[in-house]
Design a protein around this ligand. Structure first.
Ligand code: ATP
Ligand code: MG
Length: 397
């Protein structure tokens, strides 16, 4: 046992270019987000602010911290650190204990920093000794370019501080520094990725899904819940999921005899409704998974008419990504398999054969004028047909 050595985690920030108040808020939000997850997981640990980095200490649970950091945005990398007295025996003990389980011939390299030169004043000699230890005692092989283990050792304040390489974090801004927003979540591949991309720019993101009695079966509800829960893991603090039964609005739109404008009108009412929800709950903007030119409602003309339905900002983080790029992210954040699973959110009977690709402003106005009491209907849907779920209270699977 390395009884005399201390073990902790060092977390390095991403977005190092931030200055002044921004940087302070970045760090405080990052600490709050880590603490939030530590508490939710019942882990007994402390996060210490060391100005240009964080240290996480824990008596019993330090090995559980990586599973928390996996979902924290705003980290460039993190490492386990080992602190011991500078005697050769103690240093070798740490190396031995931490590296023993690697097979023979594992590649490694060594970096040494002598901040104070109390015991060792010749860096070359220290490197020589460690190289000898690595090759002769551990059976490893030195490889300065392609190495599996990166042995870093720093001598400072009468101590040796050792780490064995960096693990990548999620770069971006800590969720919450840019307030909160509402993502339109379908059961498809794109919208969960769009929500995630927004979260990684510092925005705590809630989710809203529009259903009808025809589409809200168990498969769909489970799928949406699981998608929202998965993406919600990246939020700084748990957010909400809104299930909206939009049947009343759909019935009104179906009364119009112009089939080709159905989808664009439905999308505009999605936005009008999401804007009402945002006013009630304080969301700063809306997010969709639209990517330019995939389907009829995603032409620049359609997007313009959808934007014009409301005053609130609509952000489309995926607009310039290819499907492959989107799928890659969906796989990384583990939403892809949920998205391609059972459960279809859109009512196929509602989708016309030939949806309009270049919708006209005048025509939209004419059609919407024929719909009466839509504002009342939207408020009724908000009061009577909207289920709000607190994602912090839903169980993770
Ligand atoms: P996705 O993969 O996210 O479903 P998509 O490429 O299939 O996207 P559409 O189905 O046209 O494209 O939807 C575009 C965007 O509109 C979605 O990404 C989502 O943000 C929103 N959206 C579509 N249908 C719904 C719905 N029923 N409830 C909430 N949002 C929706
Ligand atoms: Mg879809």
């Amino acid at each position: 046992m390395e009884s005399k050595s201390k073990r902790y985690i060092v977390v390095r920030f991403s977005e190092l270019s931030l200055k002044g108040g921004n940087k302070k808020e970045f760090i405080l939000t990052l600490i709050r987000n880590i603490n939030e997850k530590i508490k939710a997981e019942n882990i007994d640990a402390k996060v210490l602010n060391k100005r240009d980095k964080l240290e996480i200490i824990s008596e019993k649970n330090i090995d559980k911290i990586p599973s928390v950091l996996k979902y924290i945005v705003g980290i460039s990398s993190y490492s386990f650190f080992y602190e011991t007295s500078i005697t050769k025996k103690n240093i070798e003990e740490v190396l031995n204990n931490q590296l023993l389980h690697y097979p023979k011939d594992t590649t490694f390299r060594i970096s040494v920093k002598l901040i104070d030169k109390e015991l060792y004043d010749d860096k070359e000699k220290v490197v020589e000794w460690l190289a000898w230890f690595g090759t002769n005692k551990l059976g490893f092989k030195i490889n300065l370019k392609r190495y599996k283990i990166d042995i870093n050792i720093r001598f400072e304040n009468g101590k040796a501080i050792i780490h064995f390489g960096k693990k990548d974090g999620i770069i971006g801004l800590p969720s919450g520094v840019n307030g909160k927003a509402l993502a339109l979540l379908s059961g498809g591949i794109d919208s969960p990725v769009a929500a995630y991309k927004t979260i990684s720019r510092g925005v705590n993101t809630s989710f809203i899904t529009f259903l009808t009695s025809k589409t809200s079966n168990k498969d769909v509800l489970d799928k949406i819940k699981n998608l929202a829960l998965q993406v919600n893991k990246y939020n700084g603090i748990p957010q909400k999921l809104f299930f909206v039964n939009f049947e009343r609005v759909q019935i009104e739109i179906l009364k119009l005899n112009d089939e080709s404008y159905r989808i664009i009108l439905l999308r505009r009412y999605f936005m009008k409704f999401a804007e009402l929800v945002s006013k009630k709950y304080g969301y700063k903007f809306l997010i969709t998974g639209d990517s330019l030119g995939q389907v009829a409602s995603q032409t620049p003309e359609s997007m313009t008419q959808i934007n014009n339905a409301i005053k609130k900002l609509i952000i489309r983080p995926l607009v310039s990504l290819s499907k492959n790029e989107i799928i890659k992210i969906a796989e990384e954040i583990k939403t892809y398999n949920i998205s391609i699973g059972p459960g279809d959110d859109m009512c196929s009977s509602f989708t016309p054969k030939n949806p309009i690709i270049f919708p006209k402003k005048g025509k939209i106005k004419e059609l919407e004028n024929m719909l009466i009491n839509m504002e009342d209907i939207l408020y009724k849907v908000l009061d009577e047909e909207t289920r709000v779920i607190d994602l912090g209270e839903l169980k993770n699977d």
